[in-house]
Design a binder for this molecule. Structure first.
Ligand SMILES: [Zn+2]
Length: 101
């Protein structure tokens, strides 16, 4: 299995796992369980996403590239209904409308 992504923290890793799952890509979260406040963690204990199916590596990387692009573009987007949703939401949390391109 490939390490697809090393996340900054368990929350981000979980968000990304759910984001990939929305697009039909199954990934496992490794390392997050080791996260604790006790001392410093070696770099290889950071939460990592591992693909269940390596044949999905290319589409998974593309999704993550888009995720990172959006993250750098801003923390949220505004729907036509006026509500604001987090960047990792593909649809409006309020009305279910698709995120504008
Ligand atoms: Zn909306």
């Amino acid at each position: 299995m490939h390490t697809l992504y090393a996340a900054a923290n368990p929350l981000e890793a979980e968000i990304l796992r759910a984001y990939l799952a929305e697009h039909g890509i199954r990934a496992q979260l490794l390392g997050a369980g080791l996260w604790s406040g006790l001392g410093e963690l070696p770099a290889d204990n950071w939460p990592r996403l591992m693909l269940d199916d390596d044949s999905q590596l290319a589409p998974a990387r593309e999704l993550l590239r888009r995720y990172e692009h959006r993250r750098h573009a801003g923390a949220s987007w505004v729907c036509a209904c006026g509500e604001r949703s987090p960047v990792h939401f593909e649809i409006c949390w309020s009305c279910g409308h698709e995120r504008p391109a």
